[in-house]
Design a protein around this ligand. Structure first.
Ligand code: GLA
Length: 369
């Protein structure tokens, strides 16, 4: 029996930048997926999810197409098998597997990427594929794009595979440069789930991505052919040229360009544990996601306000948006008081039941201890 674990994530800053070749700074947290698997002597797979009490079966020698795959967790497992097989030209080993999870589904903590990362790691070991973690992350991203139909960036898969305990993962999604950035030991990472299930996420997500591409198409005649993504546009150029771009592309681009600059500033602020600076950057990120990118919602806004009023260093929505969770940084000595106060304040604003998780930054996918 082989057991592999892969963590979920929260993103400290750098939201909706990863499909624009921008910067991100997520953290892998100790809410994770575990897969226990026994190899079979043939190419059949039977995978059971304890959380959903659902099972899926398929044959690696004749994988179902995305259209023929049930729209459940099966999409992620079959998708990863497809991406690995396409990349290596091999038929993988069949498995009898069980997925268990401490990751809440629908909270925007990327349970899908964690499932993908776990199965990629599992087959990498079982079949001796010797693929590097970044390569596995790229294949998991491909799986999600083709089998789940979400034109996602690389952040979630990369952080689930490449993180180091106690650190956030800085990723430049253009060059694939990564660097582990220590998180001050006296700070807790709190995931504050609004309890509002995410709605319309996939269609709105793909729409945002298309609008970013339209913004690039509008800017290219003004700035030159070397502009291939919003990553190539500086804040100074944005100030000059974005007024010439039509809405909503103008505001979508302003968010992405500003957010990239905020990630780089955040790196320095985090290294020096500059609380006021971190707070300002997280608030600016949230405001930009709310007003320019339009992916927040009343519950996420209420949760950010509740967290700040309850004494967080900083707070913002995290992940794709449209419901889900916020991330808050809180001094460890103040966590108990923070949790009580944030919950009470949030409940006066909405009818949803929030959940709070005080998390640690953990290492990326590995064989279970
Ligand atoms: C989802 C996607 C990521 C990223 C975030 C928004 O989690 O999977 O690639 O785009 O949304 O930052």
């Amino acid at each position: 029996m082989l057991c592999v674990r892969a963590p979920g994530r929260v993103n400290l800053i750098g939201e909706h930048t990863d499909y624009n070749e921008g910067y991100v700074l997520p953290v892998a947290v100790n809410l994770e997926v575990r897969v226990h698997a026994n190899p079979r002597s043939d190419s059949r797979c039977r995978v059971y999810s304890e959380l959903l009490d659902e099972q899926c079966e398929f044959d690696l020698a004749s994988l179902p197409t995305p259209e023929a795959t049930p729209p459940t967790f099966a999409r992620y497992v079959v998708g990863v098998a497809w991406a690995l097989q396409q990349h290596t030209g091999r038929t993988l080993t069949g498995i009898e597997a069980t997925i268990s999870s401490t990751l809440p589904i629908g909270a925007g903590l990327s349970s899908s990427a964690a499932i993908e990362a776990a199965f990629a790691m599992l087959w990498n070991i079982l079949d001796g594929l010797h693929l590097e973690r970044m390569q596995l992350a790229l294949l998991c991203q491909r799986a999600e794009q083709v089998y789940a139909g979400v034109q996602c960036g690389l952040m979630d898969q990369a952080v689930s595979l490449l993180s180091k305990a106690g650190h956030a993962l800085f990723l430049d999604t253009r060059t694939l440069f990564t660097q582990s950035i220590p998180i001050p030991e006296e700070w807790a990472i709190v995931v504050a789930d609004t309890g509002k299930p995410r709605a319309l996420t996939d269609s709105e997500y793909n729409l945002r991505r298309a609008q970013c591409e339209q913004a690039v198409a509008a800017l290219r005649p003004l700035l030159g052919e070397e502009v291939s993504t919003l990553r190539d546009v500086s804040p100074e150029q944005a100030a000059l040229y974005l007024p010439l771009v039509s809405e909503p592309m103008r505001r979508r681009a302003r968010h992405v360009i500003g957010e990239n600059a905020r990630v780089l500033e955040f790196l320095t602020a985090l290294r020096h544990a500059e609380q006021a600076h971190i707070r300002a950057l997280m608030l600016a990120s949230h405001a930009s996601l709310r007003d320019d990118y339009e992916v927040s919602c009343a519950e996420l806004d209420a949760m950010v306000d509740a967290c700040l009023a309850a004494g967080a260093i900083g707070a913002r929505m995290t992940g794709a948006g449209f419901g889900g969770a916020c991330v808050a940084l809180v001094e460890k000595t103040r966590v108990a008081q923070f949790l009580a106060e944030a919950e009470q304040r949030y409940r006066t604003q909405t009818n949803y039941t929030p959940r709070f998780f005080v998390c640690e930054a953990v290492a990326g996918a590995s064989v279970c201890n």
